[in-house]
Design a protein around this ligand. Structure first.
Ligand code: G3P
Length: 219
């Protein structure tokens, strides 16, 4: 199971990367926009920090525009993956880019059919959006499970990036149904290693230890 960070915030990436737990990074135009810095500058900075795949998204809507942007973005670093939206034009672009050896992450996947189309077009990764499906009372985790079944049944190499993860349940359920990767917002990362009962347990052990030492001193 690989963990990607879903952020374009360089400080956040550096902090979590120091733990040695970041296998890659995903960004999107919204996340890049929040940083208020030039796209190329941010992506190059991130690719210099993280060894694994870094997704950077195109904004063109026509296949030719996407291909042009993707070819340029792919030259920024060796570990770039170009994020392409799940549209008919996007599928055309993925096919061409796959032929050129450019890795793609097809984003905004909401059905198995979309996942299948992207996979057949040659996507390296597909990104089902769990949180956004749950927002409309659909079942985001079931989609991830069904996509995994599809990839295994037909022996495709495409990997699933469970995206739009909003809470620990989304993450744990993605693990349970076999997502290859989960991309997690930086804000959620600390919740992966913390639990109130862990903190409570540590405090109780320290209190007991103190009482034990005090007792020894009294002897
Ligand atoms: O990876 C996609 C992610 O950034 C979308 O998350 O929370 O905006 O649905 P969200």
């Amino acid at each position: 199971m690989k963990f990607f960070l879903d952020t374009a915030n360089v400080e956040e990436i550096k902090r979590v990367n120091e733990l040695g737990l970041v296998d890659g990074v995903t960004t999107n135009p919204t996340l890049i926009g929040r940083e208020g810095k030039p796209f190329e500058e941010v992506i190059k900075e991130i690719t210099g920090i993280v060894d694994g795949p870094v997704s950077a998204e195109v904004v063109g809507l026509k296949a030719e525009e996407m291909i042009k942007e993707a070819r340029e973005i792919a030259m920024w670093a060796e570990n770039i993956v170009v994020k392409i939206p799940m549209t008919e034009e996007g599928l055309k672009a993925v096919k061409v880019l796959a032929g050129e050896g450019i890795k793609t992450n097809v984003t905004l996947i909401f059905t198995v059919a979309q996942g299948l189309m992207a996979t057949k077009a040659g996507a390296s990764y597909i990104s089902p959006f769990i949180g956004r499906l749950d927002d409309i009372s659909a079942d985001g985790i079931k989609l991830v499970a069904d996509l995994r079944k599809l990839l295994d049944t037909y022996d495709y190499d495409t990997e699933i990036i469970a995206a739009s993860i909003r809470n620990i349940n989304h993450l744990e359920d993605s693990v349970a149904v076999g997502a290859h990767i989960a991309t997690i917002p930086g804000s959620l990362f600390p919740a992966l290693w913390s639990h109130p009962l862990t903190d409570k347990g540590i405090q109780a052990f320290l209190d007991d230890w103190k009482a034990y030492e005090d007792k020894l001193e009294d002897k």
